[in-house]
Ligand binder design. Structure first.
Ligand code: APR
Length: 238
């Protein structure tokens, strides 16, 4: 089994990664579900909504400010770095649900951010968008149109940026290998990407200490953390 997977890896012309919060866990950034999924006494799932933001903009803004602080202080780990190194041996595209930018900071060149980015902000009403690298002010600032600005991330109940999503589907459809690392695969539509790959005969590999809802569809499940498993997996390509 492992031998035949190794052969497929070495022969792969294009490898697509689908990543989630777990890949940044070893950089000190909490995941969303399980024991990490609380911020103070708030459920992260409930804070990441437009309803929560309109209800208490200052609170949600403060949550994002704290996350920005953690993310800016964090460093890419061995998992992010292994993926970046793989570009020496194969075409690599990363479809990430993370907003932390750590793949790019590790040196990966083709990263599609499905759920937006921690450095981006946008107006709640007009088309204004910007990037912000400093600490946030205490309250969300106002746009020149007079409405409040919000993080430019995808909250529950919101659609993905369509240009990014369309490209993600194309990459998922035409990869030889898809490596799914650090995601529970419970959030749609990102969790449909492995299905596109499978339908096109790609080899599916999952890296996660726990089972996921798609474990049975995987060609190989590696029950380890991404900072341990990814450098080992990438060494097979060399
Ligand atoms: N290495 C690999 N996987 C890990 C590690 C690790 N060190 N630590 C935890 N994991 C796994 C967990 O077992 C879990 O399956 O990472 C997964 C993290 O799952 P979630 O917290 O659900 O994160 P994610 O899948 O990225 O969530 C998707 O939900 O809240 C929204 O928009 C948010 O992008 C996020 C989306």
């Amino acid at each position: 089994m492992i031998n035949s997977i190794s052969e497929k890896l070495r022969a792969a012309r294009k490898v697509v990664f689908v990543t989630g919060a777990g890949i940044s866990q070893e950089s000190g950034i909490p995941t969303f579900r399980g024991k990490d999924g609380m911020w103070r006494n708030y459920d992260a799932m409930k804070l990441a909504t437009i309803e929560a933001f309109y209800d208490d903009p200052k609170l949600v803004w403060e949550w994002y400010n704290e996350r920005r602080h953690n993310i800016f202080a964090a460093e890419p780990n061995l998992g992010h770095k292994a993926i970046a190194e793989l570009e020496k041996y194969s075409e690599v595209v990363i479809l990430t649900q993370n907003i932390d930018g750590l793949h790019q900071r590790a040196g990966s060149s083709q990263v599609l951010e499905l759920h937006g980015s921690i450095v981006k902000i946008k107006c709640t009403v007009c088309d204004f968008k910007d990037e912000m690298y400093s600490e946030f002010s205490e309250n969300p600032p106002l746009c020149t149109c007079g409405n409040i600005l919000r993080p430019d991330v995808v909250w529950f109940g919101e659609g993905l940026p369509q240009d990014v999503w369309q490209k993600a589907i194309i990459h998922a459809n035409n990869c030889d290998v898809m490596i799914i690392a650090g995601t529970s695969l419970v959030v749609s539509p990102a969790n449909t990407l492995p299905i596109y790959a499978k339908q096109n005969d790609a080899t599916l590999i999952e890296i996660n200490p726990d089972n996921t809802i798609m474990t049975e569809d995987m060609d190989l499940s590696i029950r380890s953390t991404s900072a341990i498993a990814l450098p080992e997996l990438v060494s097979i390509f060399k």
